[in-house]
Design a protein around this ligand. Structure first.
Ligand code: PLP
Length: 356
């Protein structure tokens, strides 16, 4: 029998989450499929969403080409834009949309061989995140240059990105909105501001287009309460059981020492599969549907779980590391990271799909 570790992807849940986001936003929504759809398999996710999505977004050209090669014909936006003028040939040939976030990319458009009125561009403003995008005072000139290039098929979508949309109580997002409003006043073009957290927490920022990512995969960036369904179930099985006597240390570093008789299950999944090594003793998981916890260090190929309270559990017991029973946000929090990183790092454990 083959190793039981796997990541089961629920495509019906993915569609449910997209529909929910779309309704809540009220405009159009690009489903963000970068980083192999946050670890869920970009092609399969795109195929599942194609009948309902307004389009897709990925980080860069190669990610978009993989979708085109798989027959995905919907609009695809390159969120990082292109890296060289010659890339516009592929952008044009494959009908991709592209973000422009710095002056060199405008120069590439001016120099590109793309035919007149052929490119669909999203122009990115830095409204306060101070990562990518034009400064507010540079936006008008960037817009004018793009329009004057003659290469665009319509005015650019005016976009920006929030640094702290997942913190509804802080003022940073409101300030970014004000900067966006002032910088884009009077400029032709539709608007797009919201990632998942913006879409859920900032209705006044919705604009014409949303760009939901993490919420599609059912990890609520605001912690919960929005009716999202987890899409990935990362699971494996108990393949050995042992008993620790009080005082015995478990695994590398001996970081867990039993203070009472402890029944330990050995699970066939480790950090090489993407489970975080930083997850400490006590990180939640489920064994045969019942809540339990990790014990000791996570190893490369295996990890150890507490079966002391689960006398029925043993060889062959199903262990869910995250999914419908175990919130990936909670695992991430215990491991000192975010659900995004856990999901997009899943590897080696094969992806399987269900659609019900
Ligand atoms: C990744 C990304 C998104 C999606 O963000 P989520 O927080 O996953 O919803 C939206 N916009 C841009 C520019 C991005 O890079």
């Amino acid at each position: 029998m083959s190793r039981p570790a796997r990541a089961l992807i629920d495509l019906a849940a993915l569609r449910h989450n997209y529909r929910l986001a779309h309704q809540r936003h009220g405009g159009r929504a690009l489903a963000v499929l970068k980083a192999n759809a946050y670890g869920h398999g970009a092609v399969r996710c795109a195929q599942a969403l194609a009948p309902l999505a307004d389009g897709f977004a990925v980080a860069f050209l190669e990610e978009a080409l993989a979708l085109r090669e798989a027959g995905i014909r919907a609009p695809i936006l390159l969120l990082e834009g292109v890296f060289a003028a010659r890339d516009f040939e592929a952008v044009h040939r494959h009908g991709l949309w592209t973000v422009v976030h710095h002056a060199e990319q405008i120069r590439m458009i001016e120099l590109s061989e793309a035919p007149p009125a052929s490119l669909r561009v999203w122009l990115k403003l830095d409204s306060g995140m101070h990562r990518a995008g034009f400064a507010p005072q540079a936006l008008r000139e960037a817009h004018a240059r793009l329009m004057a290039s003659g290469k665009l098929d319509r005015p650019p979508v005016l976009m920006s990105h929030f640094a702290r949309a997942d913190e509804p109580e802080v003022q940073a997002t409101r300030r970014q909105l004000e900067v966006f409003g002032a910088a884009t006043a009077g400029l032709a073009g539709e608007t797009s501001l919201c990632n998942s957290a913006g879409l859920l927490a900032w209705p006044e920022a919705h604009g014409d287009w949303a760009r939901p990512g993490i919420l599609l995969y059912g990890a609520d960036p605001l912690g919960g309460g929005h009716g999202l369904r987890p899409v990935m179930r990362l699971s494996s099985e108990v393949f050995a059981v042992r008993q620790l006597a009080p005082g015995e240390a478990l695994g590398y570093g001996g970081s867990f020492v039993a203070d009472q008789p402890t029944r330990v299950g050995l699970v066939a999944l480790g950090y090489a599969d993407g489970y975080p090594r930083s997850a400490p003793t006590g990180t939640p998981l489920a064994v045969d549907g019942q809540a339990s916890r990790t014990l000791g260090r996570v190893s490369m190929d295996m990890m150890t779980v507490d079966l002391s309270q689960l006398p029925e559990a043993g060889l062959g017991s199903q262990v869910e590391l995250w999914g419908p029973q175990v919130d990936v946000n909670q695992v991430a929090q215990r491991a000192g990271t975010i659900a995004y990183e856990l999901l997009c790092n899943v590897k080696r454990a094969p992806l399987a799909y269900q659609d019900s």
